[in-house]
Design a protein around this ligand. Structure first.
Ligand code: NI
Length: 163
């Protein structure tokens, strides 16, 4: 297990469409463990593989309800709308008011290649949308308006986590 370096906006890895994973071996398990370590170490609630320079379709998310590992994830249904403040470990200090679906249903594979389905609402739905965007080279900056420092100061009194 190891903490990996999180790449920042401007790094090419964050602009690429990532590759599908087809090997569910020890190397993948080590990568997943490193991704979780790196996310927790940075106090994040989600991390996508390209954020550590690995162009594979893998994300880890923990919004406080336990670790979810998603390999080759796909959103298959979405419903409703939420507009919330969003941050990103690769774009430190920047917050964007994004529009995301309120509910999503996603399919993915677990670390052993077994398929599963996840239904999520609210913050978890937003985290899934944010992390899956990374796998196609998209940042939250494309999904809404960047807040000014003054607006952030007002809104941060509630506290927000980075994804
Ligand atoms: Ni992010």
């Amino acid at each position: 297990m190891a903490i990996r370096l999180i790449v920042k906006k401007g790094d090419e890895a964050l602009t690429k469409v990532c590759r599908t994973v087809d090997k569910f071996d020890d190397r993948l398990h080590m990568l997943l463990d490193d991704m979780a370590d790196t996310m927790y170490n940075a106090d994040g609630v989600g991390l996508a593989a390209p954020q550590i320079g690995i162009l594979k379709r893998i994300v880890v998310i923990d919004i406080g309800d336990g670790l979810v590992e998603m390999i080759n994830p796909k959103i298959v249904e979405s419903d409703g709308l939420q507009e919330e403040l969003e941050g990103c470990l690769s774009v430190p200090g920047v917050y964007v008011m994004t529009k995301r679906p309120f509910k999503v249903k996603a399919t993915a594979l677990d670390r052993n290649g077994n398929p599963f389905e996840i239904e999520a609402e609210d913050f978890m739905a937003r985290a899934i949308c944010h992390e899956l965007d990374h796998l196609d080279g998209h940042l939250m900056l494309e999904r809404g308006r960047v807040l000014s420092d003054e607006e952030i100061r007002e809104m941060m009194s509630d506290g927000e986590d980075d994804e």
